[in-house]
Design a protein around this ligand. Structure first.
Ligand SMILES: [Zn+2]
Length: 96
């Protein structure tokens, strides 16, 4: 006499890892206010480190007519501000 073993095979559930949630916390805000220096295509937004210079300051560094004036100020991007700062450092203590 032989016993028939009836084994019911259970289906093994393979957890599908198809629920990949690509969470990208990259929310770099694009610039809205373009840099006042015409030769530059940067942005002078505040959250991008933009600054505003007076027209005299802009003339000193870039020359007349090379920038756009906005409310009697020249909005420059972070890079341009650095350029201007570099150009104007130790201006008071310089002796020719
Ligand atoms: Zn710029």
């Amino acid at each position: 006499m032989s016993h028939r073993i009836n084994r019911t095979q259970r289906k093994v559930r393979v957890p599908s890892s198809s629920s990949k949630k690509g969470k990208k916390s990259k929310t770099a805000k694009p610039g809205e206010i373009s840099c006042g220096i015409k030769a530059c295509d940067g942005f002078s937004d505040k959250h991008l480190g933009g600054r505003s210079l007076s027209q005299e300051n802009a003339i000193d560094t870039w020359g007349d007519g090379t920038y756009t004036v906005r409310k009697s100020r020249v909005r420059v991007c972070k890079t341009c501000y650095k350029t201007w700062k570099k150009d104007n450092k130790d201006d008071t203590s310089s002796h020719y």
